[in-house]
Design a protein around this ligand. Structure first.
Ligand SMILES: Nc1ncnc2c1ncn2[C@@H]1O[C@H](COP(=O)(O)OP(=O)(O)OP(=O)(O)O)[C@@H](O)[C@H]1O
Length: 327
């Protein structure tokens, strides 16, 4: 079993009337990318601030096992805060170096590493410019560099994808995978499900301060019992009722003329179902894939509405908020 470098136990945090974090427990394994996921207001940043010891929990415990005493923790952690707060009138390279030195690097090491990172993040030609000459997305990349320059054992990144265009989101994914390959453990908070799904080893999905789902993608699929997603393009007529009644089928929709979308039951045999579909329709196109994280989340919410314990902790409002969050 991998070593757990962070353990969160029954943590709670209230703000006046809001229960921002409600008895949350999870652990992060050394070397993994762990994602804290949820819609706006889910409690992710509150959780991250408690992990960084910026605010204290009302109840519960947050423990690190990083081989250093509590007062030396910061040298092992990298932190990208949600509120981006760099000095706008400072030049880029000295800003990054300043943060490196603050975390124990020599000035020479910090300078060398900063140049390498600026190259990696496509910003090396801007090194001498002031921060406020950069776009928001590029400022975000500088703040990210500042948070990982000292090669932390554990990088805690609050919304690392926010403000980045698709090309830079991909660059961020590559960089995070590189960090993992070099042995850095990463915890990131986000609400972009597709991005997170592509890199996270394990996920903790929360809403309104509470746990919705927790585990690997395979574990989440098993937990909520989702089967394969099928999209069929066909010519001519379709007997929708025959699909609705089919024992392998959980959900059917016809988004437009000539198209069917189905979710099979987890235990359904794909081959037998496809044989049936080929007999029932003049199929032109066929797409079959495992349920996405977004689909899993929606399924968890549906189960919760039906009072099924597999979807416990989720609500209808969560779906609406998530749709907004995913944009
Ligand atoms: N300082 C504060 N005072 C009062 N309420 C707060 C404070 N900080 C957060 N909250 C409330 O706590 C809840 C959780 O907020 P938090 O910022 O942790 O969520 P989040 O998941 O990070 O959301 P987002 O994705 O929008 O950043 C929200 O209802 C928020 O309004």
């Amino acid at each position: 079993m991998s070593r757990q470098i962070l353990t969160v136990e029954a943590v709670e945090k209230h703000y006046k009337t809001v229960k921002a974090v409600d008895r949350i427990s999870f652990s992060v394994d050394e070397g993994e990318i762990f994602a804290l996921l949820g819609p706006n207001g889910a409690g992710k940043s509150t959780m991250v601030r408690m992990m960084m010891r910026i605010i204290a929990p009302d109840a519960g415990r947050i423990r690190y096992d990083l081989g250093v005493p509590e007062d030396a923790l910061l040298s092992r952690l990298g932190y990208l805060p949600e509120d981006r707060g760099l000095y706008q009138d400072m030049a880029i390279l000295p800003t990054i170096v300043y943060f490196g030195v603050l975390r124990g690097m020599t000035r020479a090491d910090a300078k060398r590493e900063a140049r390498l990172w600026l190259e990696k993040m496509d910003l090396v030609d801007r090194a001498g410019e002031r921060l406020d000459s950069l776009s928001k997305g590029n400022q975000q990349k500088i703040q990210f560099i500042a948070s990982v320059l000292h090669r932390p054992r554990f990088a805690i990144l609050d919304e690392p994808f926010s403000g980045l265009d698709p090309i830079n989101q991909n660059l961020m994914i590559e960089v995070l995978q590189e960090l993992r390959a070099q042995g850095t453990t990463v915890l990131l908070s986000a609400h972009q499900m597709e991005l997170v799904e592509s890199i996270a080893d394990r996920l903790f999905l929360m809403n309104r301060g509470k746990q919705v789902l927790y585990g690997t993608m395979a574990e989440l699929r098993e937990r909520v019992g989702v089967g394969t997603n099928i999209k069929i393009g066909f010519r001519g007529m379709a007997d929708l009722a025959a699909f609705e009644c089919h024992p392998a089928v959980d959900l059917v929709s016809r988004p437009e003329e000539g198209r069917l979308e189905l979710m099979l039951r987890p235990e359904a045999a794909l081959g037998a179902f496809l044989e049936f579909a080929c007999g029932a329709l003049d199929i032109v196109t066929l797409e079959s894939r495992e349920m996405s994280l977004h689909g899993i989340y929606l399924r968890a919410v549906k189960l919760a509405e039906e009072g099924d314990p597999r979807g416990e902790g989720s609500t209808t409002t969560a779906v609406q908020e998530l749709e907004v969050g995913v944009g």
